[in-house]
Write a protein that binds this ligand. Structure first.
Ligand code: BGC
Length: 812
């Protein structure tokens, strides 16, 4: 036993049962309980994974917004992801956070999944390697990473209650594998999922004992997902948030009357104290120093470009030569309004955002004309009033006044805010007796027309204009998922005709009800042209330009925690927009701005398709770097992109009778497409970059021992005209295998760089696990004796090099 373990044992032994049980229940929404008796302050947690939101869910509490996890994984760049992890650690320190609630290590089982953007990849090996790199970066900065959601939380529909039914071999080889790698990387915390697996809720699951704490030797903390502890039988260590009615005192009683052994309680406390020791919670919180802002923005810009995937590039349209353009049209609903992240608990509030339009404008030489039109509208949710449109009636400054009142009108708290959106208030504000929340502002119409004025919130809501009631009704919740209510609360809108320059005083209010959250927003959407007029204006601009960039995509409104997508079709009339623009101008580049796959029925009509994901706050600059060739689009698809909603290997996410059968077993993503003999829109691993790579030769050992792994040596040439980076991917297959196998599976990958015309060699390591399968009879990993085929190339659908290797024995 190490010295630190014996100190932790000693500390745990000094606490009585009640103190121990209290310590295992949160001390607030995002902090643990403190225990002065052992000198431990509260451990502060925060979502993750693409930024450190902090304890408050509030736009006033800003955070750096990194690219979505799909974009990070698309870089296939562990070194870059480790640097991003280190940046997250610095952000956490700046905001007094000890434990980051990420990375999300669930897989892209279905492209419909609401949190697809928040997970890395469809492949367990890629997820494992990128996840481990993230963890190393965060924890290298002294901040705990949290691998979540353990396990099989691949979709949102009925997520709080459904059971994912997954066979043991698939669990081991596919869904548990990234968590096993996280444990190997030394992760300090694991969060259990809301859902069950094979009928057992994950907060009560035996998988926490085996394999997690037993076979894998995990010595860190197991924390519940927020609110997932629903009984004293839960087997997690820490119940969050707290206090939790099933934990704390009830847990102490369960120990006293022998239902929960004291030794179990002790082990949980020891794990919590170990975490406290790791993050420094036996000392004062470290100074709140963050990363250098300019360096941080530079890294986020680099990461946005590194994750961008060039799907097609006919006639080498990209990169564009900025100096040769006289007029460029930037079209699309996501061009001026940056969609940098998905929705739900992962969302953060960046202090600044570079939109695609901003980024492109900044990259153009003086004198180049830039025209912009959105072409279509995709947002169905109303827009909170913005500072440019309104003034605070009490201060006269741009923005709104928010008041929190008791039933008799006593003011508990006042906030002056820039926009018409109100969230949680600081936990330190005493809200005892809270009855009503209201937002007031004076809206000024810059031109005459019909505005849509609205109120967002649940329960008894009211909306007034100049004292006249526009809305007054009781709005019932549409879901029992608290995150859904927070992210997508119901709204009501009313049309209001305003004259040019007319001012109107608006009031939105709601009666506070526990369980309905505190979200209230006052919204005002300005008058707009008709859809036909908007489309025609965009096509007209496209026709007159030397080149067109169309930015289409989704937003947090369409991709979010709390619900799954019903279709992968681009929202609104974006498909029609792309087709019309492409018909008007052949030099059209489409930038897809989404967290996960979308359908691209026009993909053969346009010259270039560049996938930018949800690129984080510096996305616009990163995009411009790629478009104009200052950076290479470094990404490769971390997930197969289907061409239709009902593609042959596209599982849905709807449980049947509360159970979601993972029927495809081992064959998710590209493995499913290969098994079906079907071709998707774009294969896993695909991405063009700006090089032109020839795969010349491959070498592998003839024979290998089963427990060794091996190295593949590949020779390539960059016959393009630019320096470039390629990801060399190695897959294995086992024709004639005695056990069921994917047609082929990813076994390793490595980056390689080369200048124009240069020949390079690269070594790709294949770990022993890539050769192994989980034997459910013997309950252990085995290798199959015999010949495996080794395939190398630029994507799982394009593998020009092959060789064979013989495994000499079956490991026992
Ligand atoms: C999510 C977690 C998140 C937690 C705290 C839950 O709804 O599933 O991923 O960390 O909330 O916000």
């Amino acid at each position: 036993m190490t010295t630190i373990d014996s100190i932790l044992d000693h500390l745990a032994a000094s606490l009585d049962t009640a103190q121990k049980a209290r310590l295992l229940s949160g001390g607030g929404v995002f902090r643990t309980s403190a225990e002065p008796a052992v000198g431990m302050r509260a451990i502060v947690t925060s979502d993750g994974p693409i930024g450190v939101r902090g304890e408050r869910w509030d736009e006033a509490d800003t955070a750096l917004a990194l690219p979505s996890c799909t974009a990070m994984a698309a870089s296939w760049d562990e070194e870059l992801v480790t640097r991003l992890g280190a940046l997250l650690a610095a952000e956490a320190r700046r905001k007094g956070v000890d434990m980051l609630l990420g990375p999300t290590l669930n897989l892209h089982r279905s492209p419909f999944a609401g949190r697809h953007f928040e997970c890395f990849a469809e492949d367990p090996l890629l997820t494992a390697r990128i996840g481990a790199a993230y963890i190393r970066g965060v924890q290298g900065g002294g901040v705990a990473a949290t691998a979540k959601h353990f396990v099989a939380n691949e979709s949102e529909t009925e997520r709080l209650t459904m059971s994912a039914d997954v066979d043991e071999r698939t669990l081991r080889e596919v869904y548990l594998a990234p968590f096993e790698a996280a444990v190997d990387a030394g992760v300090w915390a694991v969060m259990t999922a809301y859902n069950g697996v094979n009928g057992e809720p994950m907060a009560e699951s035996r998988l926490l004992d085996e394999p997690l704490k037993g076979e894998w030797g995990y010595d860190g903390l197991v924390v519940s997902d927020w609110g997932a502890v629903r009984s004293t039988d839960a087997t997690v260590d820490l119940a969050m948030p707290g206090p939790n009615e099933h934990w704390g005192e009830r847990l102490a009683d369960a120990v006293r009357d022998g239902r929960v052994p004291e030794s179990v309680l002790d082990d949980r406390v020891r794990r919590l104290l170990r975490l406290a020791e790791r993050v420094g919670a036996f000392e004062e919180a470290p100074p709140a120093v963050g990363a250098d802002p300019a360096e941080a923005r530079g890294l986020l810009r680099e990461a946005a470009a590194a994750g961008a995937v060039l799907l097609t590039n006919r006639d080498g349209l990209l990169p564009l030569d900025a100096t040769a353009l006289r007029r460029i049209a930037v079209i699309g609903p996501n061009a001026a309004t940056a969609r940098i992240q998905g929705g739900g608990s992962a969302a953060v509030f960046p202090a600044s955002v570079v939109s695609p339009l901003d980024g492109i404008r900044a990259a153009l030489p003086a004198g180049t004309v830039l025209d912009h039109a959105s072409g279509v509208r995709t947002s169905v949710r109303p827009r909170p009033v913005e500072p440019a449109d309104c003034r605070n009636p009490s201060t006269g400054a741009p923005g709104v006044r928010v008041r929190f009142l008791t039933a008799d009108g006593t003011v508990l708290h006042v906030e002056d805010r820039p926009s018409g959106r109100s969230f949680e208030v600081d936990e330190s504000v005493d809200m005892n007796g809270l009855h009503t929340i209201e937002i007031r502002t004076v809206l000024r119409a810059p031109s005459a027309g019909r505005w849509q004025i609205g109120v967002v919130g649940l329960g008894a809501v009211r909306l007034e204009a100049d004292g006249r009631q526009l809305v007054g009704e009781y709005v019932s919740p549409e879901s029992d998922d608290p995150t859904y209510l927070h992210v997508s609360p119901s709204f009501r809108q009313v049309g209001l005709d305003l004259a040019d320059g007319q001012e109107t005083e608006l009031l939105a209010c709601r009666v506070f009800e526990p369980g309905h959250g505190r979200v209230l927003a006052l919204t005002a959407d300005p008058p707009s042209a008709t859809p036909a007029e908007e489309l025609a204006a965009a096509v007209e601009l496209a026709r007159g330009a030397d080149a067109v960039v169309v930015v289409v995509g989704t937003s947090a409104e369409h991709e979010s925690e709390g619900f799954d997508r019903a279709t992968l079709r681009l929202p609104g009339e974006q498909d029609a927009l792309v087709s019309a623009v492409a018909a008007a101008n052949p030099a059209t580049v489409v930038v897809v701005n989404s967290g996960g796959p979308v359908l691209m029925p026009w993909r053969d009509e346009v010259a270039s398709v560049l996938l930018g994901w949800f690129p984080g706050q510096e996305g616009g600059d990163g995009l411009a770097d790629v478009l104009f060739g200052h950076a290479e689009p470094g990404g490769r698809l971390p997930t197969t992109w289907p061409a239709a909603d009902d593609g042959p290997a596209v599982p849905h996410t709807r449980p049947d009778g509360g159970r979601l059968a993972y029927r495809e077993g081992l064959h998710l993503g590209h493995r499913g497409w290969l098994r079906e003999g079907a071709t998707p829109a774009h294969w896993f691993g695909h991405g063009l970059g700006y090089g032109d790579w020839e795969y010349l030769a491959v070498e592998v050992p003839q024979q290998i021992a089963p427990d060794r792994g091996f190295s593949v040596r590949a020779v390539l040439r960059n016959s393009g005209t630019r320096r470039s980076r390629e990801i060399v991917q190695v897959y294995l297959s086992r024709p004639g295998s005695a056990v069921e196998r994917p047609v082929r599976w990813l076994a390793g990958f490595a980056p390689v760089h080369a200048g124009p015309g240069c020949r390079v060699e690269v070594q790709i390591d294949v770990p022993p696990r890539a050769l192994a399968h989980w034997s459910t009879d013997e309950r252990q990993w085995l290798a199959e004796k015999g010949v495996f085929t080794v395939l190398a190339g630029p994507s799982c659908g394009d593998l020009p090099l092959t060789a064979t290797v013989e495994v000499t024995a079956t490991r026992t």
